[in-house]
Design a protein around this ligand. Sequence first.
Ligand code: NAP
Ligand code: GCO
Length: 264
Amino acid sequence: MNQFDLTGKVALVTGASYGIGYAIACGLAKAGAIIVFNDINQDLVNKGIAAYEAEGIKAYGYVADVTNEDQINAVVAQIAKEVGEIDILVNNAGIIKRIPMHEMTAAEFRQVIDIDLNGPFICAKAVIPAMMKRGSGKIINICSMMSELGRETVAAYAAAKGGLKMLTKNIASEYGEFNIQCNGLGPGYIATPQTAPLRELQADGSRHPFDQFIIAKTPAARWGNAEDLVGPAVFLASPASDFVNGHVLYVDGGILAYIGKQPK
Ligand code: NAP
Ligand code: GCO
């Protein structure tokens, strides 16, 4: 038996019109999964469907804000009717606000927590009952280096991603007996729109200081690509990981293991 075969499995990847979610969804599709995704407006969903089609993937797209429990519950019910019960949930949708904490408003802090932590709670809560009834399910929460480390200007994001690590462990603890596995996938620094500001070339054509910093902090000496996350995501979504639960699999090129290259 191919332990990495996802044939016939329905996978919901949140916020997957582009970026990491899109790459993971494409990888799950190539392993046989039926791809369903949501984004916050129809324009993004339409663009996503077109992008999947260009990859030869028929994806089902729905408009839903992960922070809106009524919208998520309605979409999960619609998916069950139109596509099938969800076997795999990838909580990918997320934002970051890079603001010094003492300058961040409470509203800005709450918005990041709402999308990056409350959203995964709402989506997991929506799919778990059917997984319990079926006696199987996979939940993958997209964590971060900031599930383990802090840095300037990302207090809300780190609080959310640290909380998401513990939510992952708690879902694993509470629902493991129903053969539901909940694990985290912790990307390092990945070249997507979300990190584009950290890689912008300087006026003199030199690399952004943060870009240089990440290269020095990464043993692989490169930024990750969204495609680097596909194999680990297929593993966590497949029978190959049926006895892996409450784990955060970091895909970071070695950042968390490395003190950093000595400056020349
Ligand atoms: P991205 O390029 O900004 O894409 C995020 C996606 O989530 C977008 O499609 C976005 O839609 C969607 N989204 C935002 N708020 C939403 C909401 N309320 N409801 C539904 N969808 C929503 O980000 P990314 O780099 O692909 O990151 C994806 C995930 O990986 C995030 O959880 C991020 O924290 C995490 N991560 C990223 C990195 C990295 O280096 N890039 C590393 C570690 C972890 P809009 O376009 O409308 O905003
Ligand atoms: C930042 C980056 C990071 C990455 C990612 C690292 O500003 O430090 O955006 O937070 O997005 O989460 O794993």
